[in-house]
Ligand binder design. Structure first.
Ligand code: G3H
Length: 481
């Protein structure tokens, strides 16, 4: 109808991480097809976003926040009615359990509400200042065209974390859904078509190199909102011809450590570490990816950890109470086996009898120790249910790890009391984005700033911060007569 265009190309097949069993073989399960765009079609989508942004008065970018918020509120209301369909697609496309899928959907709606509230506060605070004979009205203006890319592990919530603020602040958007978690955008297309003016949200599909690099090379992307690997983030930013004009907001990789100190409550530490390392198969940027346990506590900690592990259920996403399900990315189990083989070759042992190997999309939870700095598992982000345990003697060993690590998102410290924790907090608080005391690493509660240092983040991903990042000050000043 000309109001909203999905740019069509040849079709590409979308498979579920959950295979189908035919006789004695596991085969890929086809879920659907989406258009596979070429470079020209992707650039057309970008031109549509650009033209809509530039078109001038009365269009989305120049509407007041009150009007845009009203549209987004109605969008949220209609989105709520798609819950059953989207939860099911989340389960099939990412193999997450029903509880995780429902959690992601509900969290997305809550965050949308919070972004609406924060946007209102931001605009309401536009003060009139009179100083040196000048009075001024200070508002926020959109940046322009935002390229919005979310990850496969939380395709809905993490895409909306930047999409919603981008729209609320009046930007136009080119959006490429993640490779796993693409079909669930279909019900959304109809909502956007009905609610938004043409050219405001432009959805593209296709291979990253084919469709994303040309968009970045064109120089017409004003802001890149990306959640995924640092390698992809870097490859996109570096081809932009005018990097000084590009704003980036990114959530990237992490290798979050837990540190269990002498005298810590080991029951609590083992419980939190288990959840932190293995929830959703460890496929979370916020997962605990290496556990440092003081030598004085390590054998009792391992006992408790393994006891907890025996109670962890795995199976298909529709089974009640499962934590561990098929891995999202087809290459991931082989990669985990490589990291494991490298650690075993260099002297580590598998501590749980059913750890290792796996088949098809499965990789069983596997606990390995001792892990040393010579092993790949020390520095590479495994993003799966492979848990390295390091036994340490001195706090300086943890500091060395943090210094060498390419990432700096969060850390968890488990200790007896504040007297033990306080000096350690001082030593790490300026090195990572968040310090968790006697609890696992995580993103939530989502009103807290969520970012990190080094290759973990560029800018901050919570609602208020993204609203600020995807907008600029708009000042109207006049001589006070
Ligand atoms: O993978 C990154 C997500 O932001 C993780 O969120 O800590 O709630 O699992 P989470």
């Amino acid at each position: 109808n000309g109001f909203f265009r999905v740019w069509a190309g040849a079709l590409t097949e979308i498979f579920s991480p959950i295979p189908v069993r035919r006789e004695d073989r596991l085969e890929p399960r086809l879920l659907g097809r989406v258009p596979n765009l070429d470079r020209a079609a992707a650039l057309d989508a970008l031109s549509a976003a650009r033209a809509t942004y530039d078109r001038g008065r009365g269009q989305w970018p120049t509407l007041g926040i009150v009007q845009r918020a009203a549209v987004m509120r109605e969008f949220a209301r209609r989105l709520a009615s798609c819950r059953a369909e989207i939860v099911l697609l989340l389960m099939w496309e990412t193999a997450k359990s029903r509880a995780e899928a429902e959690g992601e959907f509900d969290r997305t709606l809550r965050n949308l509400d919070e972004a609406l509230e924060e946007a209102h506060n931001l605009v309401a605070s536009g003060e009139i200042a009179v100083r040196e004979g000048i009075s001024a009205r200070c508002g926020r203006a959109p940046r322009g065209v935002v390229l919005c890319l979310g990850p496969s592990n939380h395709p809905l919530n993490e895409t909306f974390a930047t999409l919603v603020p981008a729209l609320l602040m009046g930007n136009t958007v080119v959006l490429k859904p993640p490779r796993h978690g693409v079909l669930l955008f279909r019900p959304l297309l109809a909502l956007w078509r009905d609610l938004l003016p043409p050219g405001v949200v432009n959805v593209i599909y296709g291979e990253g190199d084919e469709v994303l690099l040309p968009l970045m090379r064109s120089g017409d992307v004003d802001a890149l909102a990306f959640i995924g690997s640092p390698q992809v983030g870097q490859s996109l930013v570096q081809v932009h011809p005018r990097p000084l004009r590009l704003k980036s907001v990114m959530g990237l990789g992490a290798k979050n450590a837990a540190v269990v100190l002498p005298g810590a409550d080991l029951q609590q530490a083992a419980r939190e570490c288990l959840l932190g390392a293995l929830a959703f198969n460890g496929q979370r940027c916020t997962a605990l990816k290496i556990l440092f346990v003081h030598r004085a506590e390590v054998s009792r900690f391992i006992d408790l950890f393994l006891r907890g592990l025996r109670a962890v259920r795995w199976g298909m996403p529709w089974r009640q109470g499962v934590w561990l399900t098929p891995l999202i990315e087809p290459h991931r189990p082989a990669y985990l086996r490589e990291l494991l083989a490298d650690a075993l070759r260099q002297g580590a042992r598998i501590l749980n009898p059913d750890g290792g190997a796996g088949a098809g999309p499965w990789f069983p939870p596997t606990v390995v120790s001792p892990v040393t700095s010579a092993m790949r598992l020390w520095r590479e982000e495994q993003f799966g249910p492979l848990v390295p345990i390091v036994s340490f003697d001195r706090w300086g060993e943890v500091e060395d790890y943090l210094e060498q690590c390419d990432y700096a998102q969060q850390i968890s410290l488990f200790a007896r009391d504040a007297a033990q924790l306080d000096p350690l907090i001082d030593s790490v608080v300026n090195q990572v984005g968040r310090v968790n005391l006697n609890c696992k690493c995580q993103r939530g509660p989502d009103h807290l700033p969520f970012g990190g240092r080094k290759d973990s983040a560029v800018d901050t991903l919570s609602a208020r911060e993204v609203l600020m990042a995807l907008s600029l000050p708009a000042v109207v000043a006049a001589r006070d007569s």
